[in-house]
Design a protein around this ligand. Structure first.
Ligand code: SF4
Length: 384
């Protein structure tokens, strides 16, 4: 099989960034707008961008589509359906395509769910964050705990393939409180969970509250204990810890995310979306403009910057992404990047002695403790 045939077999993944939210949550630094009057013009621009940008990839099948944001569940289903038709007309969706929509519980009514299913959306990723009322309030979320439980149950009936996001490390949260969220997930029968530790991002309301001493979050050790508790409880109940933040029952992995972590081609549409394309000649990374008004005015110029990935960067990325996955990194591959340097052997020995990495059948994997320091370990293992 030639390199090109192989890449065609892989197809392509697609990401759509829908940057609309009702209001900004106090911890969020994503690119988004709260002007809903721009939705119609946004979807016109999106169609134009999709038609222009997909032209070089007509021979590829779409393996997965991930509609993220922002709040994709906020926009009318007819807009989403129109875009999916445009995409299908350009690239054609694989028969087994995974189509995920990120949704906030307050938007998911029975009617909305049926509309989404009729569009072919077959995986729902719910931004639940917590099942506890005080925590939802502290996070500034709009849905109630009861609403989250009801929506999860209904989504499981209709979609089956459902994921929830949970955040840990909110002000005043103890390990016991965090365990209540984990037990709520386990009791619900959800087959996929993404766990995030609350981080204080620059220029967010949360940063300002923390800086002025009005909010104080659990420390690093407490957050680490919460993460490790999640690993322990979820794995005990049959979840596979397949990526630093992601846990899945067998067969319910996010195929879109796995594709990105394995460095397969993905095309990102919408403002602030990123793309990565692989061909037999080169790998290219590009980023779309992070301005709604510029995007709408000139969707043909959506791509603001692009760069060819050089060998060193590619190898570093393989280390960084490979280590995040429980499937790990082939030790031979990693040694090859270091060309047998003694420094590498010493680093590896130290990381093993610290209990951060294991070697199993010639594959280097992070330990549970190592997952907590995945970025730092990856940096240490990158050739200088
Ligand atoms: S709903 Fe999601 S994307 Fe929108 S502001 Fe809140 S956290 Fe950010």
């Amino acid at each position: 099989m030639t390199g090109d045939e192989y890449k065609q077999l892989l197809g392509v993944h697609c990401y759509l960034h829908i940057p609309f939210c009702r209001q900004r949550c106090n911890y969020c630094d994503f690119f988004l707008v709260t002007r809903q009057d721009l939705q119609e013009r946004f979807f016109h621009a999106l169609d134009e961008e999709t038609i222009l940008r997909t032209a070089p990839y007509h021979d590829r099948k779409v393996k997965t589509v991930h509609v993220g944001g922002g709040t994709p569940s906020l926009v009318p289903s007819s807009y989403l359906g129109g875009w999916l038709e445009t995409l299908d007309g350009q690239l054609s969706l694989d028969d087994t395509v995974e189509i995920t929509l990120e949704a906030n519980p307050e938007d998911i009514t029975p009617e909305k769910s049926r509309e989404l299913v009729s569009l072919g959306i077959n995986r729902l990723s719910l931004g639940v964050q917590s099942f506890r009322p005080e925590k939802l309030h502290a996070l500034g979320r709009r849905h109630s705990a009861d609403q989250a439980s009801r929506v999860v149950a209904a989504a499981l009936d209709l979609f089956g393939n459902v994921s929830v996001d949970l955040i840990c490390g909110v002000e005043g949260e103890s390990l016991d409180m965090w365990e209540q969220d984990l037990h709520a997930v386990l009791a619900s029968g959800i087959p996929h969970v993404s766990i995030y530790m609350l981080s204080v991002e620059k220029k967010t309301k949360l940063e300002s509250l923390v800086r002025r001493g009005m909010v104080s979050l659990p420390g690093e050790h407490e957050q680490a204990a919460m993460y490790l508790k999640a690993c322990e409880l979820l794995e005990e109940q049959g979840f596979l810890h397949y990526e630093v933040s992601n846990f899945s029952k067998p067969g319910f992995f996010s195929r879109y995310n796995l594709g990105c972590w394995h460095r397969e081609s993905y095309l990102g549409f919408g403002p602030s979306a990123h793309s990565f394309t692989v061909s037999s000649q080169k790998e290219i990374r590009s980023a779309n403009v992070s301005s709604m008004l510029r995007y709408i005015a000139s969707p043909g110029d959506a791509v603001l910057s692009s760069e060819i990935i050089l060998e060193k960067e590619r190898n570093d990325e393989r280390i960084f992404l490979g280590l995040r996955l429980s499937s790990g990194l082939l030790l031979d591959e990693l040694s090859g990047y270091h060309q047998g340097s003694r420094g590498f052997e010493e680093t590896l020995g130290r990381l093993r002695a610290q209990g951060l990495v294991d070697i199993r059948d010639g594959v280097l994997v992070l330990s549970r403790k190592g997952f907590l320091f995945a970025d730092k370990v990856a940096e240490e293992l990158m050739p200088s």
